[in-house]
Design a binder for this molecule. Structure first.
Ligand SMILES: [Cu+2]
Length: 197
């Protein structure tokens, strides 16, 4: 009986030990190796390719398998990072919710112009056009008045956080719906399913 609190405490300690502040060497990426990459394709934002495989740069667990966001009540927290990732690729909204809130945090350090993230909600079929039309609409990367956008957060950079609350009735039918980041070049890696169940 008494072992449970102790165990929970031990796990909490272990978890906190596993999420240290960024190590000093996390910023000393191999710049020489990535420079040619950045000049190869001007349409892609400069991305430190080494950061993707660098465990220090991705302190949040990022499973390769499908991972549903933890939902508490009618809200969830999505975490994003400098490696162009959300920490979940599915959001399941409880059918009992009238409105739903997505909190977005960016645990990276890169500025909004280099590694901005937002959360946009739309029909899956509308995603490519929303991103294409939002390409030039800095800094939010959503075309003003885009009626295909059901809801979206602000665009944030490293260390930022934001949230959006939307009417669940808008996504109950007519899907499939997706959540995604509309920053240029991020759609392929930063999207997931959104459904009401
Ligand atoms: Cu992004």
């Amino acid at each position: 009986m008494n072992a449970l609190p102790l165990l929970a405490g031990a796990i909490a300690l272990a978890l906190s030990a596993c999420s240290p502040s960024p190590a000093p060497d996390s910023t000393t990426a191999p710049a020489a190796d990535t420079a040619p990459l950045a000049t190869d394709d001007a349409s892609e934002p400069a991305l430190d390719a080494g950061a993707i495989d660098d465990p220090v740069a991705t302190p949040v667990p990022m499973d390769a398998d499908s991972r549903a966001a933890d939902v508490a009540g009618c809200a969830t927290i999505l975490t994003s990072n400098d490696a162009m990732q959300f920490d979940a690729d599915a959001i399941v909204i409880p059918a009992s919710c009238a409105s739903f809130t997505i909190h977005l945090t960016h645990v990276g350090t890169l500025p909004i112009g280099a590694m901005g993230h937002n959360v946009v909600i739309a029909r899956a079929a509308d995603m490519p056009a929303i991103v294409a039309d939002g390409m030039a609409a800095t800094p939010r990367h959503i075309k003003p008045g885009d009626t295909r956008v059901i809801a979206h957060t602000d665009m944030i950079g490293g260390g930022g956080s934001t949230s959006v609350t939307f009417d669940v009735a808008l996504v109950r039918e007519g899907g499939p719906y997706r959540f995604f980041c509309s920053f240029p070049g991020h759609l392929a890696r930063m999207q997931g399913s959104l459904q009401v169940q």
